[in-house]
Design a protein around this ligand. Structure first.
Ligand SMILES: [Zn+2]
Length: 173
């Protein structure tokens, strides 16, 4: 995707089609991620607002086997949605978590990021959103990446559950 060059961006007037408009006011929006500009058309005098967003771009994703691939936001969303399927988590919270993960990936400023690091960001987000989804994702993720960590995690969660359910579960002889 092409990066916006904020200063030289020319915006046609949506009312009369005039080829350039004048910026009368600029301010940051969306937590500083976008610039909101109030524009005025010198031809017809109409005013309107635009939002300009910098495309920081994503680093290349380095897989466990060393292969590189372009970051895929849809894949990230699919993974998160799959882990959260049939779980009582509001869509807005999922979207917010996705945006947060994407922001963290971009904010690294590096040219490459390990797939593993992305997986860890997803797990951290899931741990906050829904513990069941967290285990679901961890079970898939760790199967390939780190079996020991997964086993330890399940053992830890199981111990927690057993503690919580003590007295309700039938005891094995
Ligand atoms: Zn106009």
């Amino acid at each position: 995707m092409p990066a916006f060059s904020g200063v030289r961006l020319t915006v046609h007037c949506p009312f009369c089609g005039f080829a350039d408009t004048r910026v009368v006011d600029s301010r940051l929006a969306d937590d500083g991620e976008a610039v909101k500009r109030r524009r005025e058309c010198p031809a017809c005098g109409q005013r309107f607002t635009t939002y300009e967003r910098a495309e920081l771009g994503y680093p290349m994703v380095v897989k466990a086997d060393g292969r590189r691939e372009a970051f895929n936001a849809e894949k990230l969303q699919r993974g998160l949605t799959r882990a959260l399927s049939k779980r009582p988590v509001a869509t807005e919270r999922v979207d917010a978590a996705l945006r947060d993960i994407e922001r963290q990936i971009r904010a690294s400023g590096e040219r490459e990021i390990a797939a593993r690091t992305i997986g860890e960001l997803v797990m951290r987000a899931l741990a906050e959103l829904d513990p069941v989804a967290y285990v679901r994702f961890a079970s898939v993720y760790h199967r390939f990446e780190d079996v020991d960590a997964f086993s330890a995690e399940i053992a830890r969660l199981k111990a927690k559950d057993d503690k919580a359910d003590a007295g309700e579960l039938p005891r094995e002889s």
